[in-house]
Design a protein around this ligand. Sequence first.
Ligand SMILES: Nc1nc2c(ncn2[C@@H]2O[C@H](COP(=O)(O)O)[C@@H](O)[C@H]2O)c(=O)[nH]1
Ligand SMILES: [Mg+2]
Length: 194
Amino acid sequence: MSESATSTGALGPDHGYGPDIDYVLLSEEQIQAKIAELAAQIADDYAGKEVLLVGVLKGAVLFMSDFARALQLPTQMEFMAVSSYGSATSSSGVVRILKDLDRDITDKHVLVLEDIIDSGLTLSWLLKNLGGRAPASLEVCALLRKPDAVKVEVPVKYIGFDIPNEFVVGYGLDYAERYRDLPYIATLKPEVYQ
Ligand SMILES: Nc1nc2c(ncn2[C@@H]2O[C@H](COP(=O)(O)O)[C@@H](O)[C@H]2O)c(=O)[nH]1
Ligand SMILES: [Mg+2]
């Protein structure tokens, strides 16, 4: 399940970042509606099961928080932090665990919550790593995907939005650790990167 995104043009609340924002790609309303849709689908697919949500820090933290509350199922939460960037805006493909899970996932129904799939290198590595820990099932729910940037095809069952191949911030996604607190997803003006 995926849907193409379009610019809304409206800035909405800017948390003081207003001058840096180029345009809003996905509004808070669009994001929250999509999360409700994904949660309903996933509640159906996992009916009768307990799901272990694995949020990939830091980008998926707002997604995890909203998704866990929308999902009408008993869930447990775990977080993993990995580093995959060689520079500020492009993936190196070299993945390092900064924070591992706090528990064994053997026989658990694991659903990885990822903020965005760009090259797919991070997720590909993560799925191999988690798959080696013998979960009962292992699926991915990614809020965003950039189809034109994908270098490695990764089996992703649930996708919120397909977006253009642009660097985006907000709703957990940062540039130099800023903008994560925006409730929407936006692009930045070119001068911000200079
Ligand atoms: N703030 C942003 N972070 C991004 C963006 N595209 C990717 N990323 C980060 O990289 C990983 C995954 O990258 P991948 O190339 O290995 O698929 C993702 O989880 C983000 O943390 C972006 O546009 N903005
Ligand atoms: Mg991520």
